[in-house]
Write a protein that binds this ligand. Structure first.
Ligand code: GDD
Ligand code: MN
Length: 379
């Protein structure tokens, strides 16, 4: 059966109005982009003559007055809208919220720092009108380029990430990391429930999650240098990216968060063994050395999870101390679950490695579920 959500709804309306709504919604996620907002709106006004458009800035409560600037402009121009999100962080989530807040048949996503070339938008729109589901502004297609806007390291990282996506997820566009694209609304609405609101790779998520292949085309994009301010993406995005890749590889059976949690857990084993070796070299008794190693590894894992896995709920100040304590308690209980499960499997199957693996897996799941409830509770 065909998914009816991919088509426009087949309802006959008698409702009529003189107020036309826009054909194109441009979604601009912002975090401290106050000096860029007016430039972005100016560029849109200049490029989109003759088109019915609106722009929606989705701001994660910037502290530089970004929303004030947006609202000031919005009072003069009704095509400008603003969503101010409080207590939430994240590029993908903000972008989704903006897309879901509009009703235009075509949605475009772009950055709010003038790195994207707005003059591509009319052609993107034309292609969607002509039948494309998705049009990507690509830095690695034909005359596109990224060198002006990205450091050498970021550029290298972007290339590796693209190659991984091609190999493992069979995504065959030249720039799945691009933050500049246009999509047909029904295609997006059908996909929306599958997308992760965490992280920042929304295009890649769309490409990896779509049930039907999307009719996709690319346009060369010269990714320019930022106008004002600095990039909000740091090196942590690499870890986030790998987790998204793994989550998609498991067909979303494992969530992005769990994959990251488990990866850090694996790293904790290495820390544990290294500490154990050192503690023994210092002359500690074995059980004392083992205990020291366990708490060092747990503490390391707590901080890593706090900055990576739960960067959107990061604990600070006093809550860091109580969080660490609850993490210790949960993980100590995790050991009990681990050993219990391993024993059970060992009695049944008497394969030591299978039992060990089963115990570790159950321990990881227990720790994940319990720490998400107690240590990093959603507020
Ligand atoms: N609402 C919201 N919340 N907006 C955010 C957040 C957030 O947590 N983080 C970043 N933004 C906004 C920025 O204000 C900017 O308008 C846009 O998202 C892109 O962020 P940048 O910080 O400028 O990212 P970049 O230039 O380093 O990365 C760009 O290139 C990448 C490919 O290398 C972006 O287009 C990425 O999406 C893209 O993957
Ligand atoms: Mn940027």
């Amino acid at each position: 059966m065909q998914d009816t959500r991919l088509q426009e709804p087949l309802v006959q309306l008698s409702f009529e109005s003189e107020h036309r709504s826009p054909e194109l919604s441009v979604i601009v996620p912002t975090l401290n982009e106050a000096p860029n907002v007016e430039l972005v709106v100016g560029a849109l006004v200049a490029s989109l003559r003759g088109i019915d458009w609106e722009v929606i800035f989705v701001d994660d409560d910037s502290n530089d007055g970004t929303t004030n600037v947006v609202r000031l402009i919005a009072r003069r121009d009704g095509r400008v809208r603003c969503i101010r999100r409080i207590g939430r962080r994240g590029l993908a989530g903000a972008t989704m919220e903006g897309m879901l807040s509009s009703s235009a048949p075509v949605i475009a996503i772009m950055d709010g720092d003038m790195q994207h070339d707005v003059s591509l938008l009319p052609e993107m729109l034309r292609r969607v009108r002509a039948g494309d589901d998705l049009v990507i502004g690509s830095r690695f297609y034909h005359t596109g380029s990224a060198a002006d806007g990205l450091s050498r390291t970021r550029l290298g990282g972007s290339r590796v990430a693209t190659r991984l996506a091609r190999t493992f997820l069979h995504i065959d566009v030249s720039d799945p990391m691009s933050g500049f694209f246009a999509i047909r609304r029904p295609a997006f609405e059908a996909l929306a429930p599958r997308l992760s609101t965490k992280g920042f790779k929304i295009l890649m998520d769309i490409l990896a999650s779509t049930p039907q292949p999307l009719r996709t085309s690319e346009m060369p994009l010269r990714f320019r240098a930022r106008q004002h301010g600095v990039s909000k993406l740091d090196n942590l995005v690499a870890a986030e990216y790998l987790s998204l890749l793994l989550a998609k590889l498991t067909g979303d059976v494992l969530s992005l968060r769990f994959v990251m949690f488990a990866l850090i857990g694996g790293f904790g084993v290495v820390v544990h063994l290294a500490t154990l070796k050192m503690a023994l070299a210092f002359g500690l008794t074995f059980s004392l050395a083992q205990m020291t190693a366990a708490y060092v590894a747990m503490t390391g894992n707590f901080f890593l999870n706090n900055i990576l896995t739960y960067r959107d709920r990061r604990l600070r100040g006093w809550r860091l101390i109580t969080g660490l304590a609850s993490f210790w308690i949960v993980c100590s209980m995790g050991v009990v679950a681990n050993v219990g499960a391993a024993q059970l499997v060992h009695e049944q199957a008497s394969k030591w490695w299978l039992a060990g693996l089963a115990g570790a897996a159950l321990g990881a799941v227990f720790n994940y579920v319990a720490t998400s409830m107690f240590t990093w509770r959603a507020r």
